[in-house]
Design a protein around this ligand. Structure first.
Ligand code: MOS
Length: 731
């Protein structure tokens, strides 16, 4: 290994393609004879289809075909072994309408405009129309599942002098990547080639092949660039199935781009959650119990567990703990993972409660956290692989100037504003998905790494190139990265902030195998320096083959070896197993962090701003600090949106998401962006992979909403437990 490239802030290697418009996103692809599909969505949320009158639509210009339950062809529900999907009911599977926007027909026409016009005159007759259940109060339909229990939290709570019992609510939030969901489906004798907006090409292939009932080998998924996903593009949705079915039926390519409005209805959202948190402590601040009981809403057919208690068992040091999770069904499209699923809404509740407990105790919230810092994972009863949360707290407090905080409500003022200072901790899982990779060393001095993962905008192209450059010593500019195609060796899902950690072992192994092959070749070449040497005595360094003991001073460029041997390339494969979801892990692996922030409140004009944020992240070794910083800053801004702005509203009469556009569903913009100061601690977690890299992305969002809620309380005396913190709640 030639150290140096890992840890460098390299610019994205695919950056020039993006800024010149050369990078082809899914909907940019086109094909000869492509037809355009537009789905027709239900305008009720609860009832059934009595009749579908398509005669008028059929007369519209440019119509190719109108698909519905009667003519779309067989579509199957994937088996659990196929992989992940949140809405498993195939489109048009029955006549029951369970949510607003559910697809009832698909119009295919020669142009997008023709298809849109015809879709608007498809006449759906509904029957048994009932009021939709979009009730905001969440009570689990069945007994909630026990996620974690230790000690006797009930008795400890009752016996403690200081206790709090609070309920926190997080709303439905809709993913709003700039790139719309899209699908371009082609079908020929070899099967399907599907250009998809997906964070998981391998899962997509495995699931969709079962829906379409064709062998995996006959489904190819392509996704070279993604305009972000945030979890909304993790698993397949109905539009992709419909595009594929239409392409098969028609024998011509079909393109389908989901509209922004439909994205609020049919491609998932962050589930609404209601979480009761009970905490108790001794007067000295020792945490005696924690109970975290969460309920989330879900669609009518599929299980969706938001898992709000994901971080709770390992994050908090207490002998007595209970975490439960329950669901309740609503007439809404299925929720799905949204950036930091589970832990992000969960930590809003538990970290807000911790802040409230600190106030009850009259203790500084940083002090309370340091005082209760666990030394091992008390729920799994295993050691942490690497936990430096306490240092996140102390470094963050120092950088922010936390010691200058005056705790009394409304006591800090500046430039006519009341300042609020708040802080929060955060945590996110660290694990690896299974991965395979191939590395090729070419005779022209270049290298290629191939892996069937995808870059969702986070820097995976660059990280893969860095891994090969570091291992082989071949310059980064001579390395080609090939990903985003299921013809490549199967790589990890871009989810859970896990890609970097997942690809490291497979890519390093593949690169080493390729280097070993080059060394082997060097020992066979006539009239060359290492003819007859034992490969064990040779090393591959900085692109050269050298004697291991350095004694001989002999060396040769690897590409000269290949040229002399008339070999175009040598290659190697690597493969590493998953550690995700292990039932009995030997260690507890997570990333940690802390946010300290300042808000400004101007009551006269009801103006609330986040001024500045100090974030310290313990995510192991950082492979590319520039890409990592980009992830955390983006997540912090998203946290401002989650805390202050984002909420999808469902109309109680129709069940329609009513603020279904970017004018009414408000996300944080540049003007909402605080000054940010992000620090990465550098403690390689070598138990997770050789380089010690965990993941960065989701963790930056975790804890932001509770830090803002705490700061708002500090400024105003109003504790907002139902997100978002809109101005009305402060007046
Ligand atoms: Mo992330 S919600 O795992 O895309």
């Amino acid at each position: 290994m030639d150290p140096g490239i890992i840890g460098q802030s390299l610019a994205r290697i695919e950056g020039p393609l993006k800024v010149t418009g050369t990078a082809a996103y899914t909907s940019d692809h086109t094909k000869e004879r492509v037809a355009y599909a537009v789905p027709v969505g239900s305008t009720i949320a609860n009832g059934r289809i009595a009749a579908l009158n398509i005669s008028k639509a059929r007369e519209m210009p440019g119509i190719v075909e109108i698909y519905h339950r009667g003519n779309v062809g067989a579509l199957y529900k994937p088996s659990p072994e196929a992989g992940a999907i949140d809405e498993a009911r195939p489109p048009f599977a029955d006549d029951v309408i369970r949510y607003y926007g559910q697809y009832v027909a698909l119009v295919v026409a020669e142009t997008f405009e023709d298809a849109t016009a015809a879709a608007s005159v498809v006449d759906v007759v509904y029957a048994d129309v009932a009021a939709p259940n979009v009730e905001l109060q969440l009570v689990a339909d069945d007994e909630p599942a026990e996620v974690s229990r230790r000690g006797d939290p009930e008795a400890a709570y009752d016996a403690s002098p200081i206790k709090i019992d609070r309920t926190y609510i997080t709303p439905a939030e809709t993913h709003n990547p700039i790139e719309l969901h899209a699908s371009l489906a082609t079908y020929d004798d070899d099967g399907f080639t599907l250009y998809e907006t997906t964070q998981a090409i391998v899962n997509h292939r495995n699931v969709v092949s079962e829906i379409l009932n064709v062998p995996r080998e006959n489904v190819r998924i392509v996704m070279k660039f993604l305009g972000s996903g945030f979890g909304g593009k993790l698993w397949p949705w109905s539009h992709g199935t419909l595009a594929a079915a239409a392409a098969r039926n028609l024998g011509r390519p079909v393109k389908l781009v989901v509209t922004r409005k439909q994205m609020f209805q049919t491609v998932g959202h962050r589930a609404r959650t209601q979480q009761r948190v009970r905490m108790s402590a001794q007067r000295n601040g020792s945490l005696t119990s924690l109970r975290h009981e969460a309920v989330n809403d879900a669609g009518m057919l599929d299980e969706y567990d938001e898992n709000c208690g994901e971080a709770t068992p390992h994050f908090y040091g207490t002998s007595n703990l209970l975490v439960t999770g329950g669901q309740t069904r609503r007439n809404i499209g299925s929720p799905t993972a949204m950036r930091g699923p589970g832990a992000v809404p969960g930590l809003f509740a538990t970290e807000s409660a911790y802040d409230e407990l600190a106030i009850e105790l009259g203790l500084d919230p940083v002090q309370l956290r340091l005082q209760n810092e666990p030394t091992r994972d008390q729920s799994l009863d295993v050691p942490f692989s690497s936990r430096h949360y306490a240092e996140c707290l102390t470094v963050g407090a120092e950088k922010f100037g936390w010691s200058l905080r005056s705790p009394a409500i409304g006591s800090m003022r500046k430039d006519g504003s009341i300042l609020g200072w708040g802080m929060s901790g955060c945590s996110w899982l660290a694990a690896r998905f299974a991965a395979e990779a191939r590395v090729e060393l070419h005779a022209d001095g270049s290298a290629r790494v191939a892996i069937g993962t995808q870059d969702i905008g986070t820097g995976t192209y660059t990280v893969l190139a860095q891994l090969v450059a570091e291992t082989t010593g071949i310059p980064i500019g001579r390395i080609t990265v090939e990903l985003g195609d299921t013809r490549l060796p199967p790589g990890p899902t871009s989810g859970g902030s896990m890609v970097t950690a997942s690809v490291i072992p497979a890519v390093l192994e593949a690169a080493r195998a390729a280097m070993k092959s080059a060394i082997g070749l060097a020992t066979t070449l006539e009239r060359q320096p290492f003819k007859g040497w034992s490969p064990e005595d040779l090393n591959f360094q900085s692109g050269k083959i050298v004697a291991r003991n350095g004694a001989s001073g002999k060396q040769i460029d690897y590409h000269e070896v290949l040229q002399n041997a008339s070999v175009a390339m040598v290659s190697g494969g690597g493969k590493a197993a998953s550690t995700f979801g292990e039932e009995h892990p030997k260690r507890s692996s997570h990333s940690y962090g802390a946010h300290f922030l300042e808000i400004a409140w101007q009551p006269e004009i009801a103006r609330l701003r986040v001024n500045r944020v100090v974030t310290v992240i313990d995510a192991g070794r950082i492979v590319n600090p520039r890409a990592a910083l980009n992830q955390i800053e983006g997540a912090v801004v998203m946290g401002v949106g989650m805390a202050l702005l984002e909420e999808a509203h469902y109309d109680p009469r129709t069940g329609a998401p009513i603020n279904s556009n970017l004018a009414d569903y408000i996300v944080a913009t540049n003007a909402d962006t605080p000054r940010m100061d992000v620090t990465f601690l550098d403690y390689p977690d070598t138990k997770l992979n050789e380089l010690g890299a965990r993941g960065v992305g989701e963790i930056g969002l975790a804890g932001m909403a509770s830090a803002i809620a705490s700061a708002v309380y500090h400024a105003t005396g109003v504790r907002v437990r139902t997100l978002p913190i809109d101005i009305e709640k402060l007046l």
